[in-house]
Design a protein around this ligand. Structure first.
Ligand code: ATP
Ligand code: MG
Length: 417
């Protein structure tokens, strides 16, 4: 028997109800905040990711699913969505119409990571990106939107962590100070971090190896090195979050794994998922649109780990599948054909409806209706068909009533709407 590949998974009925609830809540929330949905390809040229995510990141160094595609050269299964959203924004010159655009997109991402609980090789993200706004009010609004979604999903044990990564004018000073500390801690750093501390010391702060985490505890704070503009920006973000009741914590060692972030960076962490505790991450990336060949347009975004969010929601509430509104229980061949007709007509009119063609007894029909969690059952035998009437039973109140077959579909459509 062929089994699915480790790190990949099937989302089946039983679990899918939570996924649908999360997806609906995300769409509704983001649309309330003025976002539009876009859908983008899963495969892009590899260069898009190596240029935007950065050659020194784990993702580009070792996690991408890349293959050769004839004349197209190397292509990659997208490991995240931002690069593609930016590519699309630039390619379609969306800024020409109106530089301010707000998009969200939901779909699978691929990273060749070590599979474990909460960490898959195909996972899903809900991604939101805003272009053309450099105001700190937007940064706060985006974090507020994320908090609103989590609140609507009744996700408990989640908290926003925020930091500022400065900008190209103040970050180098910090990098220098950090580098000095890292040089003094060389014997405690993992091999990757020894390399990172040369190329991109900030990324050492993001390392999950315990000895590295310990070593950076004494790291200088980037917040002490911000230029006036970046400091004002960060102060405003914090003030607006506080004014709007968002519970957050400043975390001086929070950096994003991706190279293109500037200023505000944030993560939503949970205490309920063990080691894989990041539910969402995002931040400002004012330089990326230009770096990918577009005009100088600021941008900010975040990605929610769909799988992890769904897991939290599932732990904290039960979301069950709803059954059909109506189950039609036919007794006899003619009644079964009539049931087939009515089922199709009612389903086409938007009433969720089920029947069974197998010639069951009434008792077995009722068992099946129960199993499907139907709220109503229509009982019809060949005899009743002759007499021109059927019996409708409300499965909750157990009340029954006889309905005329004349205009039955309309009557039921009206009654069960
Ligand atoms: P982590 O620190 O857990 O590796 P990350 O910083 O690599 O996360 P991002 O690139 O910021 O993650 O992606 C945003 C979110 O996507 C994460 O907060 C997480 O919830 C989710 N995510 C990332 N990688 C995976 C994965 N392999 N499996 C499941 N979810 C993931
Ligand atoms: Mg990661």
């Amino acid at each position: 028997m062929i089994q699915l590949i480790k790190g990949f998974k099937d989302v089946l009925p039983g679990e899918i109800e939570v996924w649908q609830t999360v997806e609906r809540a995300a769409k509704e929330t983001f649309e309330n905040f003025g976002f539009q949905e876009i859908r983008l390809p899963i495969v892009e040229k590899s260069e898009l990711f190596s240029r935007s995510i950065g050659d020194t990141t784990d993702i580009v160094e070792k996690e991408m699913y890349t293959f050769e595609d004839g004349k197209r050269g190397h292509v990659t299964l997208r490991p995240e969505a931002t690069a593609s959203v930016v590519r699309s924004y630039i390619q379609h010159k969306m800024y020409a119409q109106d530089p301010i655009r707000k998009f969200y997109t939901i779909g699978p991402m691929f990273r060749r990571e070590r599979p474990q609980k909460g960490r898959y090789r195909q996972f899903y993200q809900i991604d939101a990106e805003v272009f053309g706004v450099d105001s700190p009010y937007l940064d706060a609004q985006l974090i507020f939107m994320l908090a609103t979604l989590l609140e609507r999903l009744k996700a408990k044990d989640v908290k926003a962590h925020i930091n500022s990564l400065g900008c190209p004018c103040c970050r180098p000073n910090f990098q220098k100070a950090l580098k000095e500390l890292l040089d003094s801690k060389k014997e405690h750093l993992c091999e990757n971090c020894l390399r990172r501390s040369e190329k991109n010391p900030l990324r050492v702060l993001d390392c999950k190896v315990p000895s590295c985490r310990e070593a950076v505890k004494e790291a200088p704070s980037i917040l002490d090195h911000l230029c006036d503009e970046c400091r004002d920006h960060f102060e405003t973000v914090k003030r607006v979050l506080t004014e709007n009741g968002v519970d957050y914590e400043v975390d001086k060692n929070l950096v994003r794994g991706l190279d293109y972030y500037t200023r505000t960076a944030f993560e939503v962490l949970t205490t309920s998922l063990g080691a894989q505790n990041a539910v969402a991450g995002g931040g400002r990336y004012d330089g990326l649109v230009k770096a990918l060949g577009g005009p100088e347009i600021p941008a900010i975004g975040f990605a929610i780990g769909f799988d992890r969010l769904a897991e939290i929601v599932a732990m904290q509430q039960t979301i069950e599948a709803t059954g059909p509104t109506l189950y039609i229980a036919p007794l006899g061949e003619k009644a079964t054909e009539a049931a087939a007709h009515w089922t199709m007509q009612l389903a086409a009119r938007g009433i969720s409806c089920e029947t069974d063609f197998g010639g069951r007894s009434l008792k077995n029909h009722m068992k099946r209706a129960d199993k499907l969690k139907a709220t109503h059952v229509l009982m019809i035998g060949d005899d009743e068909l002759e007499k021109g009437q059927a019996t409708l039973r409300n499965m909750t109140t157990r009340e029954q009533e006889d309905l005329s077959l004349d205009g039955l579909v309309e009557t039921l459509a009206e009654r069960l709407k």
